[in-house]
Design a protein around this ligand. Structure first.
Ligand code: NAD
Length: 477
């Protein structure tokens, strides 16, 4: 049984839950202790106790601990990537890539720990000096989803710790193993007791307890828009700082002058890799008339050639859907799309493999209208909708006609249209001739509208969330 990490101790809980491999539901990775509200409270108490020493301690030591975490993550990326692929269902190369990225993120923030800066100014009053310094929030709760089970905990924890906060991490129920491995690494890298705590368990119990705890100064949440709204309201009710990263319905625009092969690759990668289970997935493919039929034919051919199967098998392009519940949602949306009058050109079938996994072939809808539910609601599976438009202006209008605003992409050879799209797309991230998914670790990540709330994550912008500024005045006499 894998325990919680509270105050530097590995602590068991009265109940456990199995962590099941979505590629083979007979494969139980481990039993994970399930915290309750009182263990969540213990973790917050431990983080509170550790805060003064951590926040005032040596930033050199802080940096070294983060660097050591990063080094171990990178060194163990093949093994951790395998664990990730086994518990979440990403393919092995995707899992190894994510584990490597988690390590790189820690190394970036090892540097940032030394660079937290302020400013010194003269006052408008003679003889008075003014300084503006960045201070940590205190205890921060990190609540994370299952689809990036290592990278998201890593990019939140590394930034929080670099800024001098202490942390309680509550990972998604479906993917506790990567979070557990991260906690073990942080602990062994020398983080003092209570600086980093891990409590696994149900969101409605453990997550809610953290969000409502008055000792928690900030909550960084990534997950669904519905849960995010609840977390946001609870934080605002008690004036806690909150950062919400939520869903997406990201457009990839393909214009007549696009490089066809490049556009197809952007669509395959953006919409279907990681089984479409990415907040940045290109679930709407908005295609102008002259290239539409060629694009759709080439994309459908590529999709039919993709191998769906066990995430750890060589040659598999698309792993399983994460669990039965998500598979039911994906299939329900496929039915909804057909009922709404869209045409399912390929995929959307259950795939039988030697192991009992949740395998679904990549589904491509054509003849989609942007008002249909499959074009408006986040599905979070290997399902994409092609929307035919007349020209760039209509493509841009359709791209922006969504409640979400995380990522937006365009494939075009026209500098004019690429520039206009970059300027006019209502999204936090814009991709030109690149998939909507796939971002760098050292620059801001986040969206607009229903996709995000609060400051950006990652890069040096992360400090906007994990610190608060203090303005100090001094009169030397
Ligand atoms: P989810 O909202 O179901 O769960 C997210 C986390 O919130 C989990 O740890 C869960 O246990 C916890 N939680 C649930 N109820 C809670 C409550 N009442 N109080 C506090 N915490 C609670 O999301 P999910 O299914 O794990 O993840 C998929 C979603 O995440 C998708 O919508 C996806 O778009 C989104 N996502 C967004 C980003 C981004 O950066 N914008 C990145 C990855 C995933």
């Amino acid at each position: 049984m894998k325990p919680q990490l509270i105050g530097g101790e590995w602590v068991t809980s009265p109940t456990t839950a199995p962590n099941i491999n979505p590629s083979d539901t007979t494969d139980v990775i481990a039993e994970f202790a399930q915290a309750d509200a009182s263990q969540a409270s213990d973790a917050v108490a431990a983080a509170s106790d550790a805060f003064a020493a951590w926040s005032r301690g040596s930033i050199q030591r802080r940096s070294e601990i983060l660097d050591a975490v990063g080094s171990e993550l990178v060194a163990r990326a093949p093994e951790l990537g395998r664990l990730l692929a086994r518990e979440e269902g990403k393919t092995l190369p995707e899992g190894v890539g994510e584990a490597t990225r988690a390590g790189q993120v820690f190394k970036f923030f090892a540097g940032e720990a030394l660079r937290i800066s302020g400013e010194s100014q003269r006052s408008v009053r003679p003889g008075v000096d003014v300084s503006v310094t960045r201070e940590p929030l205190g205890v921060v709760a990190l609540i994370t989803p299952w689809n990036f089970p290592l990278a998201i905990p890593a990019w939140k924890a590394a930034a929080a710790l670099a800024c001098g906060n202490t942390v309680v991490l509550k990972p998604a129920e479906l993917t506790p193993a990567c979070a557990w491995a991260l906690a073990d690494i942080i602990q062994r890298a020398g983080a003092p007791a209570g600086v980093f705590n891990l409590v696994s368990g149900p969101g409605s119990v453990v997550g809610a307890a953290l969000v409502e705890d008055a000792r928690v100064g900030g909550v960084s949440f990534t997950g669904s828009t519905t849960t995010g709204a609840r977390v946001g309201q609870a934080c605002m009710a008690r004036n806690a700082r909150v950062q919400l990263e939520m869903g997406g319905k990201n457009p990839l625009v393909v214009l007549d002058d696009a490089d066809l092969d490049l556009a197809v690759e952007c669509a395959v990668n953006g919409a279907f890799y990681s089984t479409g289970q990415r907040c940045t997935a290109s679930s709407r493919l908005i295609v102008t008339e002259a290239i539409h039929d060629r694009f759709v034919a080439a994309l459908a051919e590529r999709l039919r050639a993709l191998v769906v199967g066990h995430a750890l098998e060589d040659g598999v392009h698309i792993g399983p859907v994460v669990d039965q519940r998500q598979l039911d949602i994906d299939r329900a949306y496929i039915e909804i799309g057909e009922r709404e009058g869209a045409r399912l050109l390929t995929g959307g079938d259950l795939v039988s493999r030697p192991t009992a996994g949740h395998f679904l072939s990549p589904a491509l809808f054509v003849d989609v209208d942007n008002s249909m539910r499959i074009a408006r609601e986040e599905i979070f599976g290997p399902v994409a909708a092609v929307i035919r438009v007349r020209n760039f202006d209509e493509a841009l209008a359709v791209a922006n006609d969504t409640p979400y605003g995380l990522s937006a992409g365009i494939c075009t050879g026209s500098l004019k249209h690429a520039t206009a799209f970059r300027q006019e797309a209502r999204a936090g991230m814009v991709m030109v001739n690149l998939p909507t998914a796939g971002v760098d670790p050292h620059v801001p990540f986040g969206g607009q509208k229903a996709s995000s709330y609060g400051p950006r994550e990652q890069g040096r912008y992360a400090a906007e969330f994990y610190t608060t500024v203090k303005t100090a005045y001094a009169f030397a006499g």
